[in-house]
Write a protein that binds this ligand. Structure first.
Ligand code: FNR
Length: 384
């Protein structure tokens, strides 16, 4: 009997059961005390929806454009590193699910599958996420490959020039070469299906990075290489240079402050993502949804505002749109699907969120997300 999946939490539990502990923990963790990680979700719960009745609910649509392209719903798959360790060929599986569902997929710099392989196995153009490295030739090369692969937008992540610490990854010794400790062996014995699926796909491992980075052979060396390579001197001038080098649509990700939002808008970004990296960087920062109103006030009429961090349901998406975001991105919500059931699990995550979004929008008295505003919410006084 296939498992009955009715909510993202079902996928999370299955992900935990089916994926080696170190890769599950890599996903389900935040930096240091995890306060920001927790509040990203719990702050959504503080916003309450206003129920309306006797409103015509026929002919509803959740379709919305994201940077000019129509989507089934305003939910993009966020860039997530080493998806290919949650499931063999994880990036390809997630990209295929997104393409079939009609939402954008973003490929991380830290992917297991290469830009070229994802392009080979999909037809819809995807977005490429760039971490800015010290080695400018490396950055140019990645941008050139993303262009050649037909990527339709460049996502520049600005909130990870130095790494926040996640205790679980250090304690687990995160690596693609799982050490044969008694704990790891016991863990793998219950997750043998994952292991079977992985066999044979390792030829693809790290083609994205290898060949450009000396000595990178697995996740742990990738982590130390990138920790050295991230450019701590990244500033707005360099961001501008990269935008010019790319020459196409640009999304600046990791904006959490109205002043930074203004800089991003002045630079001519097509969109910004209000994000704290899913609570994985500055522990103690406020949640994205709590920072959204200030950022909407600052630049809402100049740049398309997207939001991520903490979204686990269609109700969360609806709340973000009502608070002024034009679109949302999900990370863990689809990674739980990927780890639980591969491509089918990512599709299921999207179906769950879509249904919750559609029904909640209707019960708030709307047939179209474009007409949804703050009037569908009860907002606590201290939330602004
Ligand atoms: C991320 N995120 C991320 N962001 C990015 O720009 N490049 C990356 O490689 C990664 N890697 C990554 C790995 C994992 C396991 C997670 C959970 C997240 C951040 C991601 O794009 C997004 O901002 C958050 O995941 C949003 O929060 P939720 O939806 O996971 O709560």
């Amino acid at each position: 009997m296939p498992p009955v999946i009715t909510e993202i939490e079902d996928l999370r539990r299955l992900h935990k059961r089916r994926t080696p502990k170190m890769f599950y923990d890599y996903c389900d963790s935040g930096s240091w005390t995890e306060q920001t990680y927790r509040e990203n979700s719990s702050d959504f719960d503080l916003l309450r929806l206003r129920q309306r009745v006797a409103v015509d609910m026929t002919d509803r649509t959740t379709a919305m454009p994201m940077i000019g392209s129509q989507t089934t719903m305003p939910v993009a798959l966020a860039p997530v590193g080493i998806c290919g360790m949650q499931r063999a060929d994880g990036e390809i599986k997630a990209a295929k699910a997104a393409e079939r569902f009609g939402v954008p997929f973003t490929l991380s710099t830290m992917s297991i599958c290469s830009i070229e392989d994802v392009a080979k196995f999909t037809t819809a153009p995807f977005w490429f996420q760039l971490y800015v490295m010290k080695d400018w030739a490396f950055v140019e090369n990645l941008i050139g490959r993303a262009k050649a692969a037909g990527c339709s937008a460049l996502v520049i992540t600005l909130d990870l020039q130095i790494l926040g610490q996640r205790h679980k990854d250090l304690k687990n010794g995160l690596s693609t070469r799982i050490k044969p400790t008694p704990r790891n062996i016991l863990d793998l014995m219950t997750k043998w299906e994952w292991g079977l699926e992985m066999i044979g796909t390792h030829r693809r491992t790290f083609r994205n990075i290898v060949g450009h980075a000396q000595g990178v052979t697995d996740v742990s060396s990738l982590m130390s290489w990138t920790a050295e390579q991230f450019d701590p001197a990244l500033d707005w001038e360099k961001v501008k240079r990269i935008m010019d080098m790319w020459g196409g649509p640009v999304i600046l990700k990791g904006i959490l402050d109205p002043e930074d939002a203004r800089r991003a808008a002045d630079l001519g970004a097509d969109a910004i993502v209000v994000s704290n990296h899913g609570g994985r960087q500055l522990d103690g920062a406020l949640s994205s949804i709590r920072m959204l109103p200030q950022i909407v006030r600052a630049v809402g009429d100049q740049v398309e505002i997207h939001l991520d961090s903490g979204i686990r349901s269609g109700q969360d998406v609806l709340k973000a749109i009502a608070m002024g975001a034009k679109a949302t991105w999900i990370g863990r919500a689809y990674i739980h699907g990927l780890g639980a059931m591969g491509q089918q699990g990512v599709t299921r995550a999207l179906e769950v969120i879509h249904k919750e979004l559609d029904v909640s929008m209707a019960l708030c008295g709307h047939r179209n997300l474009a007409e949804v505003g703050r009037d569908i919410l009860y907002i606590p006084r201290d939330f602004e």
